[in-house]
Structure formats: structure tokens, C-alpha cells
Design a protein around this ligand. Structure first.
Ligand code: ZN
Length: 354
């Protein structure tokens, strides 16, 4: 026989409300999340650093991060800035987001890596780390016993990408690159992951999307940060907003809008902007590389429309003699062009998209 006291009826009622509330919210409570020695309890924000110990004569590095842990379960979105240390717009965007993004109302978790490549950031270098002359975004998934860039990559793979369900690698034009905003949508690998990546690109909202089917599919040789996530079955995106070492509100705003759009798309927040309605899909692109070392003079601007044979710029030797003219290989637009004089043979001078 079921005989309930008044108190028991109230208790059952409360339990019922809690269960309904939980179903209605589409999420359940979640456990704390830890990276290294730092733990973020549900509903809290915690920050710390991943320490990369010195090895083989280098000084090691630290990777500062923040965990914003929602009270209820959901996706784990990793936002990574400073893979290239002179790409300041994403770094400053995450500094602002550290202050503005609240755990309250968040379903799931946001992990921010504030400066992935600290040696390059503090050393003020483009492309390459001053510690080992390697490009961090070419050594993933990294090596625990490797050079400093390789160890940083290994730590990001192990501590951040392994915990994430979705990844955005936030780039801009490097300190020498004049760049128009665009995203890379990587189409290689599992088609389901690629489709989810496409939806993330649309949700981020940049209206030019480079379709990239050239990334490796081997998780042990993923090369690029976002591709390290993709080859592990996690949808990921690489974004490009800003450049030339300039910190500008317009480029930062594109990241803030983009992350808000992805949070809404993934169901992590109720509010946020919708996806880009009419993106330009850039199905073909070419990075034009210097055939000579010397001084580069650009003849075009970012976002400029060019036709096959348009002069993109020229290279001189160190006595002023023209040694090379760089021409557009097809009709398209300038996604980025080098905006400062130094140029070494084999380095990019521009990227043209079709
Ligand atoms: Zn970059």
C-alpha cells in the first residue's frame, strides 16, 4: 500500500520538477574537468598553465589556458590562439573572451588556449619558433621527446584536443601578411566529421570559405592543429581574421561573432548570431612562393580581384635589380599578400583563391 505523508508528496513533486527541468534543458549535470593540475568544477571558470619542461638545451615553455565549465553537460569546444606567435588578433580576442564568457547558462565547456606558441609570441617571430626554427602548425601531433615546437604540439594534442569534442584554431595573417578574413573547411577524412566541420564554418560566419581537400588523413602525421582534431574524429575549423601585427576591433569582432555563432550552433548557448547565408566557396587556391631571396614589393591589396597574369608583386636583389615578377596563376581574389619587404626563397608571397 502506498501511503504518502504531505512532506513526501512535496518531495516527490520537487523530484518530478527537477527531472522535467533537466529534460527540458536538454542536458544533465556534469563532472569537473581537469587539465594538468587545474580543475574547473561545473559552473566555474579556472585558469592555469601547461608547463613544457626544458630539454636538450632549450628553456621550455608555458601554455596558458582557461576552462569555462558549464553546469550542464554538452560539447567541449577548444579555442586556440597564438599557434603563430605574431598573430595577435586571436590572442587579444581570447583575452577579452576570458573576461566576458561566463559559465552561467553555458551547456558544456569552452577551453581557451591563450598563447599556444609562447616562444614565438615573446620572441616576436613570424612562421617559425626562435627555439627550433620550426613552424608549430606543421609539426602536429607533436613528439614528447622532440624539439620545443614538437613538445608544445604534443602537449596541446594530449591535454586540449584529447578533451575537446570540437576545435577552432584561430589564426590571422602573420606579422607580415595582409589578409582578408576567411575560414578553412577541411574536407578530407570521415565525411561525417567534414559535414560537421562545414556546419561550424557556416556558424562561425566568415563569408569566404576555402575548401581544403589536401590535408593528410593519418592521425600520426596530422601536421596541422585543426587536422589533428579531424583525424581523431572531432570536427574542427581554422579561421583567419586580421594580420600585419595589427590589433583591430573589426577583426576581433569577427572572432567574437564567430565563437558566439558556433556556441549557438552547438547548442551550448541559446542566444547568438545565425550562420552565414551566402558564403563564397573558394574551391581552388594556390600559395605563390618566392623563387628568390631579397625584397618583395606587393602590387596588389588583400581581397583584390585579379585575372590570370596580373602582377601580384616583384622581388629585387639587395642592390635593387628586379629578379622576379610574381603573376596570378588564374582569375580569383587575393586572400593574403606579404606586406613587408623581407622574402626568402620558398616562402609564400601571396595566396590566391578562385
Ligand atoms: Zn597562422
Amino acid at each position: 500500500m502506498l501511503k504518502l505523508t504531505r512532506a513526501a508528496v512535496v518531495a516527490v513533486g520537487i523530484l518530478f520538477v527537477v527531472v522535467i527541468g533537466s529534460c527540458g534543458g536538454g542536458a544533465s549535470a556534469q563532472a569537473p574537468l581537469s587539465i594538468g593540475a587545474v580543475t574547473a568544477a561545473p559552473g566555474t571558470v579556472a585558469s592555469g598553465e601547461i608547463a613544457i619542461a626544458p630539454r636538450g638545451g632549450d628553456t621550455g615553455a608555458s601554455i596558458p589556458f582557461t576552462i569555462v565549465r558549464g553546469k550542464s553537460a554538452g560539447p567541449v569546444l577548444a579555442l586556440i590562439a597564438g599557434t603563430h606567435g605574431a598573430e595577435y588578433v586571436p590572442i587579444i580576442a581570447l583575452q577579452r573572451m576570458r573576461a566576458s564568457l561566463k559559465a552561467e547558462g553555458l551547456r558544456g565547456t569552452v577551453i581557451m588556449v591563450h598563447v599556444a606558441n609562447m616562444p614565438s609570441f615573446l620572441g616576436r617571430t613570424v612562421y617559425y619558433s626562435p627555439a627550433d626554427n620550426k613552424n608549430l602548425n606543421r609539426v602536429f601531433p607533436g613528439k614528447a621527446d622532440g624539439t620545443l615546437s614538437e613538445r608544445i604540439a604534443e602537449a596541446i594534442t594530449r591535454e586540449v584536443i584529447a578533451r575537446a569534442t570540437h576545435v577552432i584554431d584561430l589564426h590571422c595573417g602573420d606579422g607580415n601578411e595582409s589578409l582578408r578574413p576567411y575560414s578553412y573547411w577541411i574536407t578530407t577524412g570521415d565525411p561525417k566529421v567534414a559535414e560537421a566541420g562545414k556546419a561550424m564554418a557556416l556558424a562561425f560566419g566568415l563569408d569566404n570559405i576555402v575548401v581544403d581537400g589536401s590535408r593528410p588523413t593519418d592521425p600520426a602525421a596530422s601536421v596541422y592543429l585543426s587536422n589533428t582534431a579531424i583525424t581523431r574524429g572531432k570536427p574542427a575549423l581554422t579561421t583567419e581574421t586580421g594580420g600585419m601585427g595589427i590589433v583591430d576591433d573589426e577583426s576581433i569582432g569577427l572572432i567574437e561573432r564567430g565563437v558566439a555563432g558556433v556556441l549557438k550552433h552547438l547548442g551550448m548557448r541559446d542566444d547568438g548570431p545565425g550562420p552565414v547565408a551566402t558564403p563564397t566557396w573558394i574551391k581552388e587556391n594556390e600559395v605563390l612562393r618566392a623563387g628568390h631571396t631579397g625584397l618583395f614589393y606587393a602590387a596588389v591589396a588583400k581581397a583584390q580581384t585579379v585575372t590570370k597574369g596580373t602582377v601580384i608583386g616583384h622581388i629585387t636583389d639587395f642592390h635593387g635589380a628586379k629578379v622576379e615578377e610574381v603573376l596570378a596563376p588564374f582569375d580569383g581574389q587575393v586572400l593574403y599578400v606579404i606586406g613587408t619587404p623581407p622574402i626568402s626563397k620558398g616562402e609564400p608571397v601571396a595566396m590566391i583563391g578562385k
